[in-house]
Ligand binder design. Structure first.
Ligand code: HEM
Length: 397
């Protein structure tokens, strides 16, 4: 076997697409060293990524790892979540959750999302140099998830602090992020108990009430699902809104195109922004349950595999001229929300939130621009989730 490569360096954090292109062009599968020192296989090409996401020989369950998964681990109670469970257990859990995550529940949030967006835009309108992530892209999804889960206003500040700690842990305090996860888990356990005792008009109360053919969600399943929905919904939302706005600022012709219909954002425009700017560089790690060959490369059972969603979305065999943002692109089967049985459960909500956020922002501030030179933009240090640390703006009203 050839020696593994270490592609997730400083250059990668600045622009992963340049690195993905080189990797995709040189081989369909690479053996890579991850920043923590563990090794994995990285699948780079669209057809392979797409197929692997629907291949039942890939397990998502960390216990399928041959030598004990060495990556980030949640406390065991939070492992009963959709992104750590294979079929048929996943099928059961997803069916139960789908009873509560209805189109009606998502639709009921529309007015609240618009109202919160307007409040945040009013607030940034008064600032000389707003910072998009802290002042808009983060608080909006946080409020949406709080509304979805039915978290009362007094608890939201605390929730926000834990989240910030988890997303940007202090390097001098390595235990801080772990403590935040444990505190949040305890909070969610209490929240489930409260909703059980006093159901309200929210998704968590609906989840608790779901009964299907005599089946219901266990306590651990409820807690881990609420955590996953919070985590997936919040982090991806922040990063997607931030990167989508930057992509528009980088492409003034496309921004002008979007302004024609704003605050409406067409389906094609939203899907193109998702393809081009979505944050997740890879699907959640997978482990083959038997030896598998991808494009001629043999991957032994139990090894960790990263399926390169972001690389696939920029594969020219998948979409023509993939590095061009084209809001009128019609044939756009991107993988921003995954594919197969783990396809993002929150996709309808994510689309609604992004459409309102981006459409309202560009409509309200027609002359928005970057407040700093492009090459001074700071990125977060995660190689998995490519997101902005900050995006200072001049609104130019
Ligand atoms: C732009 C925003 C979002 C993006 C880019 C995104 C992306 C993804 C992706 C790629 C997956 C599949 C992971 C895999 O197969 O390895 C996924 C799964 C999931 N997402 Fe999202 N997501 C977003 C927003 C949300 C929101 C708002 C929620 C909830 C309110 C959510 C909840 C979930 C859940 C529960 C799963 C697991 C589904 C399953 O395993 O059956 N996501 N998401």
């Amino acid at each position: 076997m050839t020696a593994p490569i270490a592609p997730f360096d400083a250059e990668y954090l600045l622009d992963p697409h340049v690195v993905h292109r080189k990797l995709r062009e040189s081989a369909p599968v690479h053996r890579v060293v991850l920043p923590g020192g563990a090794e994995a296989w990285l699948v780079t090409r669209a057809a392979d990524v797409r197929n692997a996401l629907t291949d039942s020989r890939f397990s998502i369950d960390k216990s399928s790892s041959r030598d004990g998964y060495k990556g980030f681990r949640l406390p065991p109670v939070l492992d009963a979540n959709l992104l750590n469970i294979d079929a048929p257990d996943h099928t059961r859990l997803r069916r139960l959750v789908s009873h509560a995550f209805t189109r009606q529940r998502v639709g009921s949030l529309q007015d609240k999302i618009q109202a919160e967006t307007d409040v945040l835009l009013d607030r940034i309108a008064d600032r000389a140099q707003p910072e998009l992530i802290a002042d808009f892209a983060a608080p909006l999804p946080l409020t949406v998830i709080n509304d979805l889960l039915g978290i009362v206003s007094e608890d939201r500040e605390q929730f926000r602090n834990w989240t910030n700690t988890m997303l940007a842990p202090d390097p001098n305090e390595p235990q801080q992020a772990k403590r935040a996860v444990v505190d949040m888990e305890r909070f969610i356990v209490d929240l489930v108990a409260t909703k059980r005792a006093t159901p309200a008009d929210d998704f968590l109360s609906d989840l608790i009430a779901v009964r299907d053919a005599g089946d219901e969600l266990t306590e651990d399943e409820l807690v881990s699902l609420a955590f996953l929905i919070f985590w997936g919904g919040y982090q991806n939302g922040v990063e997607f809104i931030g990167k989508a706005v930057l992509a528009l600022l980088d492409n003034p012709d496309q921004l002008a195109e979007l302004r024609i219909t704003a605050p409406e954002v067409s389906g094609a425009a939203l899907e193109e922004l998702l393809r081009y700017s979505h944050p997740s560089q890879f699907a959640v790690r997978r482990f083959p349950t038997e030896d598998i060959t991808i494009s001629g490369v043999r991957i032994p059972a139990g090894d960790t595999v990263l399926l390169g969603i972001a690389s696939a979305n920029r594969d020219p065999s998948f979409v023509p001229d993939p590095d061009r943002l084209d809001l009128t692109r019609v044939d756009n089967p991107h993988l921003a929300f995954g594919n197969g049985i783990h396809y993002c459960l929150g996709a309808p909500l994510a689309r609604l939130e992004a459409r309102i956020a981006i459409g309202s922002l560009v409509h309200r501030f027609p002359r928005i621009e970057l407040a700093i030179p492009r090459d001074q933009i700071r990125w977060r240090s995660s190689f998995r989730e490519h997101g902005l640390a900050a995006l200072p703006l001049i609104l130019g009203t």
